[in-house]
Design a protein around this ligand. Structure first.
Ligand code: ZN
Length: 169
């Protein structure tokens, strides 16, 4: 994913997940005149038989898109709510090392819902197994869209291009 897509009001179309598209999609926006390029990758050029262009890093849409402020129940959003910390032992995890843990295990009828799912490192997750008596330090909770945006701001964004920082204030 390479190009940040801004709404016509100059804020990202979406923050969670961040509205970014592949370079192919960005060039499609350009060719179909759906957006205007604000920033380019200086050192990234793509070519076809008939044309060549730098890859857009930031584009602004010509038409306003309605913003969504609903959040999906997803592993990534659970990890974000928990600030990528194991809720049992407190160590930091990454999206690769984090596991989703059901506080009341699924084998005991535990559901995949916000207030039954939490972030665990693989150690704690395997130690816990199907034991419903091992509980996290903080009970899981249902965040709003803005809770998660705050968490994302606190943890920082992954910037594919340094200019993105200017649009993520
Ligand atoms: Zn742990």
């Amino acid at each position: 994913m390479s190009c940040l897509i801004l709404n016509s009001d100059a804020a990202p179309v979406s923050l969670l997940p961040l509205s970014i598209v592949s370079w192919e999609e960005a060039i499609r926006y350009l060719v179909t005149d759906k957006g205007t390029v604000l920033e380019w990758y200086d050192d990234w050029v793509v070519r076809s038989a008939r044309w060549q262009t730098n890859v857009p890093a930031v584009m602004i849409l010509k038409e306003y898109q309605k913003k969504k402020t609903v959040i999906r129940f997803s592993k990534q959003n659970i990890f974000l709510r928990d600030e990528y910390k194991c809720q049992y032992c407190g160590i930091n995890v990454t999206h690769r090392t984090a596991t989703l843990d059901h506080v009341l295990p699924q084998s005991h009828g535990g559901k995949s819902v916000w207030d039954n799912c939490t972030t665990a490192c693989s150690n704690c997750n395997s130690k816990k197994g199907n034991n419903k008596r091992i509980v996290p330090q903080k009970a899981p909770w249902k965040p709003t869209y803005w809770h998660l945006v705050d968490k994302r701001k606190k943890l920082g964004w992954e910037l594919a291009h340094p200019s993105w920082a200017n649009y993520l204030e």
